[in-house]
Design a protein around this ligand. Structure first.
Ligand code: ASP
Ligand code: MG
Length: 452
């Protein structure tokens, strides 16, 4: 079985939903189809919750009415029979009366927030299922709330998901297409919860891992993961193949196409993940699997909004336990560290969440000297297959960076990542310079020499 996930823009227009049906029924083989909410809906639902919390009754009602109008016209184009339209209208009426009942709750807590934001996926999947039925397709909708589970830390419980999902699927072996919601789940209290923004990719990977699918396909409106950020760099191309490790690095470092946690369950169970483009379904896309055969340097990605903290300790020179004390502080404030570099007497770290910066630096000052921290930094991450005996990778990277001030360098922790911290104002120049040097220079040189 395969798992195919379609994001918000892929379901966001009636004709896009029609295209999904064409795609999932084009070849035989059972599929689980995971859908996001229609684009814009999740944001609208969050806005409705915020307005409800602010007790802005008129604005809340206006926002709900606007969203409902969108759905009223959406279903008119989605369906072609009066029976389906009527079913669609019933779904929309039910959902919106539920949304209205939620905002009336006096003490609006995170429980209502989560129920509210879940309605986007609940709507999109029901509407799609009715469309599949209208077209006579062999399709069934299974509620994600019946099998997606997270623990008290918000982490998915893969074994429970596997058991519940296997049982649910066993009841529908006669159906070719099994539709379900991305993003939403239940927590240990049995309440509606979610896998955080953009979590539908994660759902697909969890399902794929749980049922040991043949393949997980993430369908978006771009042709796979690119070797660099196309908004900043002129010449980019889709990467054909990536290892799980490389994809995880890229997802984390800002390649927006994938939710960073997505890879984990697929990788754990060795299920390949393919990124596909709904606009160009025949294009190869990007295949993420255990092994890759592609080039040594695969991609460049960047992450903005970093703060660097510089920690010195002359007293602690050569002392063991210093790093532990440093990291205990970050743990205390639940602040992840992105990048670390050390010298004999100093440690520099970067964080992207500076909510607790003041408290963190105050705690660090109890046992170390701190230099003034820096804001507005970006990590640039070169991702690839850097075998331990590689030669010349660092040379190529730094050759490209020769005119750009560098704040930190990190290499060697994994065979897949070389990270450089730069001022955000220099990021675009750095990405372009690296792109030319790492992906085009060698070929250009080869053609010059072969022409002679
Ligand atoms: N609808 C959710 C969001 O917008 C989940 C997703 O689309 O992946 O974050
Ligand atoms: Mg997404």
């Amino acid at each position: 079985m395969q798992v195919w996930k379609f994001g918000g823009t892929s379901v966001g227009k009636p004709e896009r939903m029609h295209a999904i049906r064409d795609l999932v029924t084009a070849n035989t083989g059972r599929k689980i189809v995971v859908l996001s909410a229609l684009s814009g809906t999740t944001n609208a639902l969050i806005a409705i919750s915020e307005l409800a919390k602010a007790n802005s009754a008129t604005e809340t009602e206006q926002k709900i009415a606007d969203l409902k109008t969108h759905y009223d016209s959406f279903i008119k184009e989605l369906y072609s029979t009066p029976e389906s339209l009527q079913k669609g209208q019933q779904i929309v009426e039910n959902e919106f009366s539920y949304i209205r009942s939620l905002v009336k709750v006096k003490a609006f807590t995170s429980k209502q927030d989560k129920e509210m934001v879940a309605q986007g996926e609940i709507l999109s999947t029901q509407l799609f299922q009715v469309y599949m039925e209208e077209k006579g397709e062999s399709s069934v909708l299974i509620p994600a709330l019946d099998f997606m589970r997270i623990d008290t830390d918000g982490e998915p419980e893969l074994n429970t998901i596997e058991a519940l999902l296997t049982a649910t699927l066993a009841a529908h072996t006669d159906k070719q297409i099994v539709v379900t919601q991305g993003f939403i789940c239940r927590n240990p209290r049995g309440e509606v919860d979610n896998l955080k923004r953009g979590g539908s990719d994660y759902t697909a990977s969890l399902i794929g891992g749980a049922i040991r699918a043949e393949e997980i396909q993430i369908w978006t409106d771009i042709d796979g993961m690119h070797n660099n950020d196309p908004r900043i760099v002129k010449r980019t191309f889709p990467i054909r193949e990536l290892s799980f490790e490389e994809a995880a690095e890229l997802a984390y470092f800002g390649a927006k196409i994938l939710h960073p946690s997505t890879i984990t369950p697929a990788k754990m169970r060795g299920v390949p993940v393919r990124l596909k483009n709904t606009m160009e379904p025949d294009a190869y896309g990007t295949l993420i699997a255990n092994q890759t055969t592609d080039r040594e340097i695969k991609a460049i990605a960047a992450k903005d909004g970093l703060t660097a903290i510089y920690i010195h300790s002359t007293r602690m020179l050569n002392a063991f336990g210093f790093l532990k004390k440093v990291f205990d502080v970050f743990e205390k404030y639940k602040t992840p560290v992105d990048m670390i570099t050390t010298s004999e007497v100093s440690v520099a770290v970067t964080i992207d969440n500076d909510t607790h910066l003041e408290a963190i630096t105050a705690d660090l000052r109890e046992f170390a000297d701190l230099e003034e921290h820096d804001h507005d930094l970006s990590i640039i991450c070169v991702v690839g297959e850097f075998k331990a005996d590689n030669e010349g990778i660092a040379l190529k990277v730094f050759d490209a960076m020769k005119h750009i001030p560098i704040r930190m360098i990190s290499y060697g922790a994994s065979e897949h990542n070389l990270s450089i911290l730069v001022w955000t104002k220099d990021k675009n120049t750095a990405l372009n310079a690296l792109n030319e040097r790492l992906f085009y220079y060698e070929d250009a040189m080869k053609s010059i020499f072969s022409a002679q």
